[in-house]
Design a protein. Structure first.
Length: 308
């Protein structure tokens, strides 16, 4: 429905002004803070996307995914029997089998997410992208994070973008598809809104801000625009599409602010792993440190917590 995006104009100064106000929001304290942090943990896609990934560090990541917070800390909060795990483990396609086997051996049902479709640049032929998606699903990935061709957005080829994402959605089969917009490379907030809409029209289960490899990753102005697109799409179609900010989210305070923003823009029903994910590789470490401090009153030393 190109009519939905043909006359879109985003008021950038107003969005930026709103984003500045978001940064000044007061964070919650005490038990409320601990509750928000545990909620954030359940929405994390615990990620390793490094060139030196090996089976051993993927296995270690999967163990951390099942036990994200130390058991004694959860007992102190009376949350040890609530089954708190991260939302998913995210790896490259070549490491999917390692992650699937590690999680199976650990006896948990955390889904494995795989990046695909020419991640992170998107500069590979469509046939290669589709083959990579199918292989990742074949290896056992239950979620696929594809990345769009930014050139199609920058040149206004909306129908071609729709068709590419639609074919990727088809290749995913039963797996959930998160579409990475790489917003730091789309030029304008108008393009961010339009690309969000096209991605949802083409069948994306989630729209995601960034690959984490761009110069500019998840920012509040971009988050606001994408969430407004999700809300508009829901009003128009009745379909709820998930949101995933990724890249540069490293502190517990930032995680809580993102959750608050989602609650403000989309409502409490979006505060579940089914509709919200936080893409992060180092965030969990800071969250666990904050919970350690909340429970003990002391700051954690290096040996107190397992490496996240």
């Amino acid at each position: 429905e190109l009519g939905w995006i043909s006359k879109v104009h985003v008021n950038r100064p107003a969005v930026v002004r709103h984003a500045e106000q978001i940064k000044k929001w007061r964070t919650v304290k005490g038990n409320w803070q601990a509750a928000w942090l545990l909620k954030a943990v359940t929405c994390i896609d615990l990620t390793t996307l490094s060139g030196d990934d090996t089976p051993s560090n993927v296995h270690r990541l999967c163990f951390k995914a099942k036990h994200p917070i130390r058991e004694d800390l959860l007992k102190a909060l009376d949350m040890h029997d609530k089954g708190i795990t991260v939302g998913a483990v995210c790896v490259y396609p070549a490491r999917v089998t390692d992650a699937v086997n590690a999680l199976k051996a650990a006896g948990c049902n955390i889904p494995v997410a795989s990046v695909a479709a020419g991640f992170p640049s998107g500069q590979t032929p469509l046939e290669t992208k589709l083959a990579e998606i199918k292989l990742a699903v074949e290896y056992g990935a239950r979620e696929i994070d594809i990345v769009i061709s930014r050139s199609l957005v920058l040149s206004g080829q909306w129908e071609s973008l729709y068709e590419e994402i639609r074919q990727c959605r088809e290749a995913c089969g039963e797996a959930h598809m998160k579409t990475i917009l790489a917003t730091g490379e789309l030029g304008t907030l108008d393009n961010v809104y339009k690309a969000s809409m096209i991605a949802m029209m083409a069948g994306s289960d989630f729209i995601k801000t960034s690959t984490g490899k761009e110069v500019e990753n998840a920012t509040f102005p971009v988050g606001v625009v994408m969430m407004r697109a999700i809300r508009e799409f829901y009003w128009q179609t009745g379909n709820k599409v998930g949101f995933k900010p990724a890249g540069g989210i490293r502190t517990a305070k930032e995680a809580i602010t993102w959750l608050m923003l989602v609650k403000e823009e989309l409502g409490v029903e979006w505060l579940t792993p089914e509709l919200l994910r936080l893409g992060a590789s180092s965030l969990l470490e800071d969250i666990e440190k904050q919970i350690f401090y909340h429970v003990t009153g002391f700051y954690a030393l290096q040996h107190d917590l397992a490496t996240a």
